[in-house]
Design a binder for this molecule. Structure first.
Ligand code: PDD
Length: 286
């Protein structure tokens, strides 16, 4: 089942699945996505990911094409035969192609027609977090030039992929984004800092994606470890002067950042609080 895809209710060999050139996802990035990690063949925080999928659909005014029961059945049927144990499931929902193009209008910015919503899914292998070495990564910082609806998990990732490619060219894993001297998030992660044993992360708003991992770390892991947490904005100076920095997302869990803009954080090694949070985190992904 390695290269299978789900497209509108049917499972295909990847090379046989076809979507229309006139799909609004293709023409306008008019769609949303979700990414669910599976560890040891089990979905992690599935309900939370589903909830965010629903919210993203709502925010772009796209009717959910399936009931929750149908979603979970489709997801289960599709992932049941996965030969990977640790992987992510990528789900994309686009407004789709017009039902009728006999009027000759193939592309128009405003979504004025009836469209056939397109739902696709595929999966890809990831590391098992239990076996992964928790090694600090490098990041750069960049001005956050995205639109101000970053809470929608939009497939329009031009800025994110552009910024992350710049990071890659500088040998960095992530680009941490700054808007009006406030750290918002990474291109594909949420950002946490630790200073004098207090953990800080930006509050939920339209300027960040409400990461499922971020919420889990806040509500479960930090509480369990008994760390102090402040959910408030912090500046680039605070980032660079912090004792520890880590980022969170579905595929990496918790990832220490030990070099930012070529400056070392905690002498370039993963800090103790981050290490302990990681240890607690992986108890849940077993
Ligand atoms: N991205 N912020 C942004 C901009 C993201 O793209 C992501 C995740 C996150 C973290 O969200 P979560 O904890 O729910 O994964 C924050 C995924 C991994 C991606 O696009 O591949």
């Amino acid at each position: 089942m390695k290269n299978k895809v789900f497209l509108n209710g049917t499972i295909y060999n990847a090379k046989d699945a076809k979507v229309s050139l006139f799909d609004r996802g293709y023409l306008f990035s008019d769609g949303i996505y979700e990414l669910i990690p599976y560890f040891n063949s089990k979905p992690f925080l599935l309900e939370d990911h589903y909830k965010r999928l629903q919210e993203s659909l709502k925010m772009i005014g796209l009717e959910n094409p399936y009931t929750k029961k149908e979603w979970f059945k489709n997801i289960n049927d599709f992932t049941n035969n996965s030969e990977y144990k640790n992987y992510y499931l990528y789900i994309q929902v686009t407004r789709g192609a017009p039902k009728d193009i006999s009027d000759g209008v193939l592309r128009e910015h405003a979504a004025t027609k009836n469209y056939i919503t397109a739902v696709s899914m595929f999966y890809s292998e990831i590391d098992n977090l239990q076996e992964k070495n928790i090694i600090g990564k490098k990041s750069i910082t960049m001005e956050d030039k995205r639109w101000k609806k970053c809470n929608i998990k939009s497939i329009s990732l031009l800025f994110n992929s552009y910024a992350k490619t710049l990071a890659y060219k500088e040998g960095a894993y992530e680009a941490i984004l700054i808007r009006d001297d406030v750290i918002t998030e990474g291109c594909s992660s949420n950002v946490f800092i630790v200073k004098n044993n207090i953990i800080k992360t930006a509050p939920k708003s339209n300027l960040i994606l409400p990461g499922v991992t971020r919420s889990f770390v806040i509500e479960k892991i930090i509480k369990e470890n008994g760390n102090k947490l402040l959910i408030e904005n912090f500046s680039k100076n605070e980032l660079l002067e912090s004792d520890e920095v880590f980022i969170t997302n579905s595929t990496q869990g918790i990832l220490p950042i030990t070099i930012i803009d070529n400056m070392k954080i905690n002498e370039g090694i993963c800090g103790e609080i981050t290490k302990e949070l990681y240890k607690t985190f992986i108890k849940y992904t077993g």
